[in-house]
Design a protein around this ligand. Structure first.
Ligand SMILES: *[C@@H]1O[C@H](CO)[C@@H](O)[C@H](O)[C@H]1NC(C)=O
Ligand SMILES: *[C@@H]1O[C@H](CO)[C@@H](O)[C@H](O)[C@H]1NC(C)=O
Ligand SMILES: *[C@@H]1O[C@H](CO)[C@@H](O)[C@H](O)[C@H]1NC(C)=O
Length: 254
């Protein structure tokens, strides 16, 4: 009996890995349709946002899993805005300096490579690197954003157009668009940062992403990606399958 159930188990797992293999090959040809939409609602000077960006999101975009991310950055958070005589004025969670930081990021997102994604990726590598650098190095007390250093490090070619945008109504218009996106999710936003996978807010996923972004992302990637299993995200699922199959087989043959 044990012998028979072992054979069935082996057949079962071979079929399983073959299917996974085909799935994997297919994905390498066309990541685009398998990308997970990841939207991040955050603020330029919020400590939790800075920690999430620099310790979870950005590092995970350096590896192979970056090919499975379609990223939307929304630097607005708990900002509020008023429209007076066609001019937006903003009030930011961490003060006026944060509004300037949000505007710098809004301009960068719109103006670096005209807001287009880097070829083969679901985000712009330069803009994301530039923003990560600002999240890392901004001085909250002094309200200082090292745009020049961050542009140099990340090869931003058009810092002058970003600088010109920041004190212009363009920045206010771009930022208010991010406000509309944020309001569409939640008004007011409950928690900063908020991370949304595949356009559906789930508090559990948002919280998990802040401690382990890879694990939260992997919950939304179909199939078992090697990078996910390595991170431990797939192991639980796999062992559950093995245990479940063993239980079913032992019931069958006993
Ligand atoms: C990315 O994938 C390639 C091949 O699929 C592999 O050789 C490489 O080690 C992977 N890199 C990382 C950082 O996992
Ligand atoms: C990627 O996200 C953008 C929003 O940032 C959305 O317009 C687009 O449809 C998404 N792409 C896919 C393939 O889902
Ligand atoms: C933008 O305005 C701020 C304060 O309002 C000022 O400190 C900064 O120098 C201005 N930047 C540019 C590029 O004009």
């Amino acid at each position: 009996m044990l012998f028979l159930s072992s054979i069935v188990l082996v057949l079962f797992s071979c079929g399983y890995s073959l299917a996974q293999h085909e799935h994997h090959n297919h994905m390498q040809h066309n990541h685009e349709e398998h990308r997970v939409n990841v939207a991040v609602y955050y603020e330029s000077l919020c400590p939790d946002s800075r920690k999430f960006f620099t310790q979870q999101l950005y590092p995970s975009l350096q590896g192979n899993l970056s090919h499975y991310v379609n990223l939307t950055l929304v630097p607005y958070g708990k900002t509020t805005s008023e429209l007076n005589l066609n001019e937006h004025t903003f009030t930011c969670h961490h003060g006026p300096n944060e509004c300037r930081g949000n505007k710098i990021q809004a301009c960068a997102l719109r103006l670096i490579d005209a807001g287009q994604n880097t070829e083969g990726l679901g985000f712009n590598k330069i803009a994301t690197g530039f923003i990560n650098c600002l999240m890392d190095k901004a001085d909250r007390e002094k309200g200082y954003f090292p745009t020049m250093d961050c542009a140099q490090i990340n090869h931003v070619a058009n810092l002058n157009t970003i600088d010109n945008c920041v004190n212009h109504t363009d920045a206010s218009n771009y930022l208010s668009k991010f406000g509309e996106l944020t309001d569409k999710l939640q008004k007011p936003l409950q928690s900063v940062p908020t991370i949304v996978f595949n356009n559906v807010y789930n508090k559990e996923d948002s919280d998990l992403a802040q401690i382990n972004f890879v694990r939260a992302l992997c919950k939304h990637i179909p199939g078992d990606k090697p990078e996910c299993i390595k991170s431990g995200a797939g192991i639980l699922q796999m062992s559950f399958v093995v245990v479940a199959v063993s239980i079913i087989l032992s019931k069958f043959f006993s």
